[in-house]
Design a protein around this ligand. Structure first.
Ligand code: TNX
Length: 527
């Protein structure tokens, strides 16, 4: 019987190249389960997409798929509700992200109980085609994919990346391009680090100097820039079309020099020394000697951290923060507001605690859940708020002990600004050199001592941009490592396998090449 079957398939496919099986395809992140069968589905000029289910967004999803398939195939694949060899089937309306992809010789069915699930099914479907599907103009190709069934769901609910637009400013088009790449990896949160010592990058209508003064430069003294609220809304909407939620960060009370340069009254009113701030980590400010109307700080274009602080004891500071939180929350549909809280080395400990607790009240007042860097766990966290682990396991533990969850961004694994090795042309290396295997080989559930899987909401890979000045620089630092982190967040650790990832990432590299993405050709991979 097997002889007969293989003879039959040899006859059916006699004029075509053999096709690899579904479990030999190169999907990243790796799906939970893949069942293969022997056969192929072929997309042709008469293929069509059928929508099944009740949701106005289904037609958006259909057009999204059609538009992804069009450039390389040249096919105008119609989207409708009456029949079609590619079905998008919405079976419910929950917030799960699961999907099933069923492929047989004559049809493809992507089904899910949420629109996000359908979107992820579409992303997987696209990755099954030959890499030339990524071309922006028509290529001659037989558009066949292997048959079988994929059932998939993410291991972690929060799968993110952070872009620091404060150290160097990146505009709306660069951010959209970043979102496009995130979407292919099934990442669902984009954290924008909107403010830091070197720049304030979001228009606040009630405090216009923040951008008029604080947005005017960046690391190295370049011209900086900022998002108008309209720009920000455009990013938020574009992210939403890619099932990505924007998390805005206003870093405070430290990392605030740009705000302090914009408004003198926000300063504590002592002149902090220039130069080497590393000795100031224990620095104390005596508030009794404060000048009531201090001068604005100078704009700062270096890359030291830990020298700035908002005045934590002034009413005006909290009016300012409330205005900022209100204006940004009004244009942020997502549930989270990131309050920073890192490296406030010149804020007294008690003042820091008072400040962070008050700011958590303010985000709650505007309906947002706070996320903050792990130091915020040294304060009393409001229920549901999240500590973002980057350095100190004891802080992650403090969050857990308060009943709060942790977002895992260990600097030694997930920091996309760390150099790959000592020869990397960009990046820092204070935490580690992070080659691709290192970014891949870790478990978010056990990485921080004292933390368990249920304490972890997810994983985020931050790109700090002290040394990053262009889209090409972003791509060199982010890819391929972001793909590794996406798999760490999506695929259960016991299913992950480094040699298999090496094989699959090489295929993704071919896709990036076609798309013109200038990724780092890690020597760990046979590209
Ligand atoms: C530490 S990580 C920082 C950032 C820097 C980064 C550079 C964290 C919460 N703070 O301000 O940009 O290191 O790697």
């Amino acid at each position: 019987i097997f002889g007969l079957l293989s003879l039959m398939s040899a006859v059916v496919f006699s004029c075509q190249e053999p096709i690899h099986s579904l479990d030999e395809s190169a999907i990243i992140p790796l799906p939970s389960t893949i069942q293969t069968s022997s056969g192929a589905f072929e997309l042709t000029s008469s293929s069509s997409i059928q929508l099944v289910g009740n949701s106005s967004n289904l037609s958006y999803l259909g057009s999204f798929l059609s538009s992804k398939l069009k450039p390389a195939t040249g096919y105008e694949i119609p989207v409708g509700t009456e029949g079609g060899d590619i079905q998008l089937v919405l079976t419910g309306s929950d917030d799960s992200e699961n999907y099933t992809l069923d492929i047989d010789g004559s049809s493809v069915k992507i089904s899910a109980s949420s629109e996000a699930g359908i979107f992820y099914g579409i992303q997987t479907f696209i990755q099954l085609f030959p890499v030339s599907i990524e071309n922006s103009s028509v290529v001659e190709e037989s558009w066949r994919i292997p048959t079988g069934k994929i059932e998939d769901e993410p291991d972690y609910a929060y799968r993110g990346s952070m872009l620091d637009v404060a150290r160097h400013f990146f505009g709306v088009e660069d951010v959209k391009h970043y979102i496009d790449q995130m979407a292919t990896l099934k990442l669902n949160y984009l954290h924008l680090h909107l403010t830091d010592d070197q720049g304030w990058r979001i228009e606040i209508k009630s405090w216009p100097n923040l951008t008029a003064i604080g947005g005017k430069t960046e690391v190295g003294g370049g011209e900086g820039g900022f998002f108008t609220q309209e720009d920000y809304k455009e990013i938020v909407a574009y992210a939403a079309q890619n099932f990505i939620t924007v998390v805005p960060e206003i870093d405070m009370p430290g990392h605030t020099n740009a705000a302090l340069a914009s408004y003198g009254e926000l300063n504590p009113g002592v002149n902090l020394p220039d130069g080497d701030f590393s000795t100031m980590s224990e620095g104390k400010i005596d508030f009794d000697i404060l000048d009531k109307n201090p001068q604005p700080a100078e704009l700062y274009t270096g890359i030291e951290v830990g020298f700035s602080t908002l005045a934590t004891n002034k009413e005006i500071t909290y009016q300012f923060i409330e205005d900022v939180i209100r204006e940004i929350s009004e244009i942020t549909p997502g549930p989270y507001f990131h309050i920073g809280g890192d490296e406030s080395h010149v804020t007294e400990k008690d003042d820091y605690i008072y400040f962070v607790e008050k700011v958590q009240e303010l985000t709650a007042k505007y309906g947002k859940t706070s996320i903050g860097w792990d130091e915020i766990a040294t304060t009393q966290l409001k229920e549901g708020n999240i500590a973002q682990f980057w350095a100190l396991a004891e802080n992650a533990k403090l969050a857990k002990d308060q009943g709060n969850q942790v977002l895992m961004s260990p600097a030694k694994k997930a920091y996309l600004d760390m150099q790959y090795d000592s020869t990397s042309r960009l990046g820092l290396h204070w935490a580690a050199y992070i080659e691709l295997d290192s970014a891949y080989l870790w478990d978010p559930a056990t990485y921080a001592d004292g933390i368990n899987k249920s304490d972890v909401i997810g994983v985020e890979a931050p790109l700090w941009t002290e040394t990053i000045t262009s889209r090409a620089d972003i791509e060199y630092m982010v890819f391929p490592r972001l793909a590794a982190i996406a798999e760490v967040a999506w695929t259960p650790t016991p299913k992950r396998d480094w040699p298999d990832f090496q094989r699959r990432i090489a295929v993704m590299g071919k896709r990036w090449d076609i798309k013109g993405i200038e990724f780092y050709k890690s020597p760990k991979v046979n590209w």
